[in-house]
Design a protein around this ligand. Structure first.
Ligand SMILES: Cc1ncc(COP(=O)(O)O)c(C=O)c1O
Length: 392
């Protein structure tokens, strides 16, 4: 008798998915003592108090039922108002915005609603680990185009052009970038938008870190112009900007005919995003600018510390201008990124994530999150120094 867990019962799509390269290191780290984790991809801050209080108020007020499929209109209005305030873009909250269970769900909805089997999706890498998986789960084919440190991890319009085939349906954009911390400049984004226009492609822009930028004005892709907005699905959320990962609220905004498709998938899979979390998200978007700025200032302090420290140790680190990741090149250690991460964890109890977990172009780098305290980063740097003294 075959075991019931035998992979032959799984669909080919699921059986073929690689486990996330991030989890493996968390699993090892969980068995060890005194580990400093630079591996985490979430804010170390707890959610700001006014947001917590709004969530609690919502529960006590009996907001414990389903909401409309697309989410509470009040939240969709707050999302639309925020996008108007920050980037001057206008979305109709009634028909062009959907509240989701994090950007994770928004990604799933966008891929399921927009891709047919065999459709190709251009994905600039290194990138968030879910993009390729979401494309595969929807029957699509990820086509990776690696960005390079020498080019500030920018999208390369020539590479995008070269990757287009008659099956190409969509281009992913993901800035500020996880794992490199790169931000995108307006002219590069405009060139990529022109390519999308010329080939009638959809742009999916994951801007979950839009507020976490340092001495930089974030460029929101649909703000590039009306024709760009008409072919863009903008993804954003509360997890990173407002330290709300556990509340599970994100959104997608885009043309009505596309958002209708996303709502259709959402109503059969999720029904509605968590109700009291939607109320908490309204508070965040309407009243927590000061708290966001405080967190950004602290991330910025840590960013300077870690980038300076890593460069000093001979681990060449590109200056991240967004998100909360540094992406040092570790070739000076003489190891590949997997070995580096494994040895550093076992020998010095510092957890980082090997760059290859983020797709082509990540090899030879590791991701270090600075969403951890200044003191812990100082201690981690001392441990990495000891490590590099042995191997550098
Ligand atoms: C680039 C990017 N997009 C999306 C997500 C998913 O975020 P959530 O589902 O919490 O909104 C993450 C989380 O790490 C991310 O880094």
């Amino acid at each position: 008798m075959q075991e019931i867990s035998d992979v032959r019962y799984l669909s080919k799509r699921v059986a073929g998915l690689k486990p996330s390269g991030i989890r493996k290191f968390f699993d090892i780290a969980a068995t060890m003592k005194n580990v400093i984790s630079l591996g985490i991809g979430e804010p170390d801050f707890t959610t700001p108090v006014p947001i917590l209080e709004a969530g609690v108020r919502s529960l006590h007020a009996g907001e414990t039922h389903y909401t409309s499929n697309a989410g509470k209109l009040e939240l969709r209005q707050a999302i639309a108002d925020n996008l108007k305030r920050l980037y001057g873009i206008q979305y109709d909250p009634q028909s062009e915005v959907i509240a989701t269970v994090g950007v994770s769900e928004a990604l799933y909805l966008a891929m399921t609603a927009l891709l047919d089997p065999g459709d190709e999706v251009i994905i600039p890498t290194p990138c968030f680990v879910s993009y390729q998986a979401e494309v595969i789960l929807a029957g699509g084919v990820p086509v990776e185009i690696p960005s390079r440190m020498e080019n500030n991890f920018q999208l390369d319009p020539d590479q995008v052009r070269a990757a287009i085939t008659p099956r190409t349906k969509m281009i992913f954009i993901g800035y500020p970038n996880n794992p490199t911390g790169a931000v995108a400049d307006r002219s590069t984004l405009s060139q990529v938008a022109d390519i999308a226009e010329a080939h009638d492609l959809i742009l999916v822009s994951d801007e979950i870190y839009d507020r976490l930028v340092y001495d930089f004005q974030h460029v929101c892709v649909p703000s590039l112009g009306e024709s760009v907005k008409r072919r863009t699905v903008l993804l954003g959320g509360m997890s990173k900007d407002y330290a709300m990962t556990g509340w599970r609220i994100g959104y997608a905004a885009g043309p009505e005919h596309i958002i209708k498709g996303l709502v259709r998938v959402h109503q059969y899979t999720i029904m509605s995003a968590p109700t009291s979390a939607q109320d908490a998200a309204v508070e965040a978007l309407r009243n927590c600018e000061v708290e966001v700025q405080e967190m950004v200032a602290e991330y910025d302090r840590r960013r300077r510390l870690i980038v300076r420290g890593l460069n000093k140790l001979g681990l060449t680190t590109f200056e991240p201008r967004g998100a909360f990741y540094a992406f040092p090149q570790i070739t000076a250690s003489g190891m590949d990124d997997e070995t580096f991460a494994e040895k550093l964890l076992k020998e010095e109890h510092v957890a980082v994530v090997p760059g290859n977990a983020f797709g082509a172009g990540g090899e030879g780098f590791v991701r270090c999150s600075y969403a951890t305290s200044y003191e812990k980063i100082e201690e981690a740097l001392q441990r990495i120094e000891k490590f590099m003294n042995r191997y550098g």
